[in-house]
Ligand binder design. Structure first.
Ligand code: ADP
Ligand code: MG
Length: 247
């Protein structure tokens, strides 16, 4: 079943084309990646899909419904969550409070006035902290978490809204090799065990191999290659872009 369908999406900032005629489709249950060097348009693509930017033209459909240019909160309520490349965490709150706030924001409609505040969402918060491997840091102030744990917290916050489709913008940015594989392992488990459809971006091509089933290469806002990791690795155009970046 098609969960996400993007048709001929375009976005320019002044004279700069950040998204160029992008058409893209995801099946329910997929774990896929958008890769491309810095400035390729990966974050802009996510911003367009989640309502943070307005497209100049083109359409975005979620489960068949046209959500083009809906505001972020409406898109989120529909079941799409996104973790930012730049952190979305309340640094002065504890890990626990960050996750609980995210869950409460989702449950707002069903809140009972007479439920003591500290009991709200207690079980769900503990479960999500466990899933994200953050239980032992539940009462640490989020600002004091390691970079890797902050990223995991970011993930737990995104999961708080109970999404069906999850976008992760460079989930392993700034991580060591070990942290990267831990985090990608978690992403893989979320995909397999919670049957979440996940699309993530990554600028380092080597990180995605072994995790994403399908890669889409963006360059100057346009899709220039797509396929399995092996197909993309042996794609001449993709090779040129990555070799060109290193040279
Ligand atoms: P990536 O995430 O792949 O590194 P971005 O989507 O952040 O790339 O950026 C793509 C291009 O669009 C870059 O040239 C960037 O400078 C430009 N850009 C992104 N956001 C804005 C904005 N809000 N205003 C102007 N230019 C932007
Ligand atoms: Mg980016």
């Amino acid at each position: 079943m098609v969960i996400l369908k993007v048709e001929h999406l375009n976005k320019a900032f002044g004279g700069l084309v950040a998204t160029c005629d992008v058409s893209y489709e995801m099946q329910t249950g997929e774990l896929s990646a958008i890769i491309g060097p810095n400035g390729a348009g990966k974050s802009t693509f996510f911003n367009l899909l989640t309502g943070y930017h307005r497209a100049d033209s083109g359409r975005v459909l979620f489960q068949g419904q046209d959500i083009s240019n809906w505001p972020p909160h409406r898109i989120s309520r529909l079941g799409i969550a996104r973790a930012f490349q730049v952190s979305n965490i309340y640094l002065a709150l504890t890990t626990y409070e960050n996750v609980r706030q995210a869950i409460l924001a989702q449950q707002k409609r069903t809140l009972n006035f007479f439920t003591p505040a500290h009991r709200l969402a207690k079980k769900e918060t503990a479960e999500l902290l466990e899933v994200a491997g953050l239980s032992q840091h539940a009462y640490m102030i989020a600002g004091n978490l390691s970079q890797g744990d902050k990223k995991r917290l970011e993930l737990a916050i995104a999961l708080g809204s109970k999404p069906e489709l999850l976008f992760l913008d460079e989930p392993t940015a700034g991580m060591s090799g070990e942290e990267t594989h831990e985090t990608m392992g978690l992403v893989k488990r979320l995909n397999q065990e919670m049957s979440l459809t996940i699309l993530f971006t990554e600028h380092d091509m080597s990180v995605v191999f072994g995790y994403a089933k399908r890669l889409t290469v963006l360059h100057q806002g346009a899709i220039i290659a797509e396929g399995s990791p092996e197909e993309v690795r042996s794609n001449e155009t993709a090779q040129k872009i990555y070799l060109g970046e290193e040279a």
